[in-house]
Design a protein around this ligand. Structure first.
Ligand code: NAD
Length: 287
């Protein structure tokens, strides 16, 4: 039986853009949280930054006095996955690669209780494929947050072929209890939002490749048309490495459908280390 409550211990794996945000939101909801990253020091660094962000919110009056400290204190760095063996829910936010995600979950199956739910924040990879070969594929589910996690309301709850309905329901209920807007989706390439958003990015890359407009002009146009952000600044926020991996995954999963084709310019940015905000430069300078 899959039950989750606001005191279920949570393990967030991957302390990058998304994992740090997920840890913060879970701790704000009351969970004890472990944060783990393969790269030494990354989780501690993310926790420091997150604590600083919470203090800034408190200083602005957006959190009650003492709340920033209380929320940050609920998050602990896990030095190893074994440290977090008591977790009832895992949310992984590691690299967008099916093999990496599957082997991580296989390892966790040997460490955690059989009831533990293994949720993935994948943007595009089949939940069925991630669960393939695992002992308990019914416990695997997509819990897809949007960037920045503390601000964006949406969570796509994605079921693979084997996901137990009770597991998807438990994640939907939990996301709602965190104040998010949860929607159910079946596992198809890109789920709902990325299915619709990929061709939007593809047209942006086509305009850039044709030198029809600069990134700033494209962003100004889309903002002027009512979008909160333009596509170039949004891709800088997502991170071009992650965004390329998602594009490639959706393209391959659709048997090379041209609507989802990655761009050579996109590859060029990644090869040059121009990953967006995370590296200090992408379309724009973020230093
Ligand atoms: P990121 O590059 O900012 O962070 C990934 C982190 O995972 C890094 O700190 C890395 O050291 C760590 N990591 C990699 N392999 C690991 C492993 N095997 N074990 C533990 N840690 C590992 O990436 P991100 O943007 O946070 O994306 C993470 C996931 O979230 C991806 O699946 C991505 O598709 C998805 N996602 C990203 C966004 C976005 O806007 N960036 C939005 C929604 C979903």
């Amino acid at each position: 039986m899959s039950t989750l409550s606001l005191d279920t211990p949570l393990l967030v794996i991957g302390a990058g853009i998304m994992g740090a945000g997920i840890a913060q939101v879970a701790a704000q909801a009351g969970h004890p949280v472990w944060l783990y990253d393969l790269r030494e020091g990354a989780a501690a660094q993310a926790l420091d930054k997150l604590a600083g962000g919470l203090q800034a919110l408190e200083a602005k009056g957006k959190l009650a006095a003492g709340q920033a400290q209380a929320i940050a204190a609920r998050i602990r760095v896990a030095g190893t996955l074994e440290d977090a063996a008591g977790a009832g829910l895992v949310v992984e936010a590691i690299v967008e690669n099916v093999g990496a995600k599957r082997s991580l979950f296989a390892q966790l199956e040997g460490l955690l209780s059989p009831d533990a739910i293994l949720a993935t924040n994948t943007s595009s990879i089949s939940i069925t494929a991630i669960a393939q070969g695992l002992k308990r594929p019914r416990q695997v589910v997509g819990m897809h947050f949007f960037n920045p996690v503390p601000l964006m309301k949406l969570v796509e709850v994605v079921s693979g072929l084997e996901t137990a309905p009770a597991v998807a329901e438990a994640i939907h209920a939990l996301a709602s209890a965190w104040g998010k807007t949860a929607v159910h989706a079946r596992s198809t390439p890109g789920f709902i939002v990325n299915r619709i958003a990929r061709p939007y990015y593809a047209e942006t890359w086509a305009l850039l490749q044709e030198q029809a407009a600069t990134p700033a002009a494209i962003d100004a146009a889309l903002r002027g048309a009512g979008f909160r952000m333009g596509p170039c600044e949004l891709m800088d926020l997502i991170g071009h490495d992650t965004n390329l991996a998602v594009t490639e995954s959706v393209y391959q999963a659709n048997y090379g459908d041209k609507r989802f084709q990655p761009s050579l310019l996109q590859r060029e940015l990644v090869d040059g280390g121009l990953l967006g905000r995370k590296s200090g430069r992408g379309f724009y300078d973020h230093a």
